[in-house]
Design a protein around this ligand. Sequence first.
Ligand code: TLP
Length: 339
Amino acid sequence: MIDLRSDTVTRPTAAMRKAMYAADVGDDVYGEDRVMNKLQDQVAGLLGKEAGLFIPSGTMSNQLAIRSQTQPGDEVICDYNAHIFNYEGGGPALLSGVQLHPLNGDHGILDPAEIRSAFRPTDHHYAQTRLIALENTHNRAGGVVYPLIMIEAVAKLARGQGILMHLDGARLMNAVIASGIDPAAYAEPFNSVSLCLSKGLGAPVGSVLVGDADLIEQAHRFRKLFGGGMRQVGSLAAAGLYALENNIERLADDHQRAKELAKTCLDLGVLENDLAWTQTNIVIMNFPKGDTAYLETKFRAEGLLVSVVNDHRIRLVTHLDFNDEQLVQTKQLLKKVLG
Ligand code: TLP
């Protein structure tokens, strides 16, 4: 079976498992897991922030960022297709008591002028705009890289109003590799950044939330409250460190393979956008007839697992466990099912 449902499906390589096996461990609730401390410092350093905190999932990391930077009744601006709005179980309302204010982005990219007009007046009728959450790369838009210039324009507006900025950077390193922009430059406009280790980077578990020391202290308190304080996590930290050392540059291979798949989809008339929008490791196919559930079973029968986004959209995600041989097979298979 070729599995292109997500880049979360990768399994640790033998070398990563070796690093995990060898890891020294300690009780992280006491702050005594030295490998974890090293990982947290390393990610904070990579993203140019003071401190980092390991979180069991990208979802919890985003939710902790929201919980730590808002009060119940506040409002968080995000894109209509943002992960926090679509795939986190209504967490902001339940866990932080905030309401999301989704705006219609263009391929996930928000217009700063629209953000500006979405800011609430201080009048007591309104929820108060406290946080803007952006996503880079943007999952539902198809792995689109958020242009730094657009981020900076939003940050300028936010700073002027005392509004905080969070980045869902689950796939930030894909954006870094695709654009050549320094990770710290991408992180600079944000108060908090969540980076996932278990997507393209190939670690089995975990995200790291970074920000200034006070924010991370707050998030640490809430991580305990949410039940995310874990004990001997050194093996997971070792996997994360291994991923940072070995699996960043190779994301370019995933991007190259996604581009190849996108070309095949274009030839078959099913690529959602033009080729220029396949910028990283995600390919979105579009089926106007709304028959994606049927197509998913057809692909499965041929040995390909895909992810159904909705009636019209199917997603393919390339990753560490998808090689050139499988790329050739997948292209043939797409032609067979859709040709
Ligand atoms: N996304 C998953 C699904 O939830 C859709 C995937 O397969 O892509 N932010 C972004 C942008 C994400 O794409 C994801 C995972 C998360 C956060 C949440 O990460 P986890 O799965 O670790 O909670």
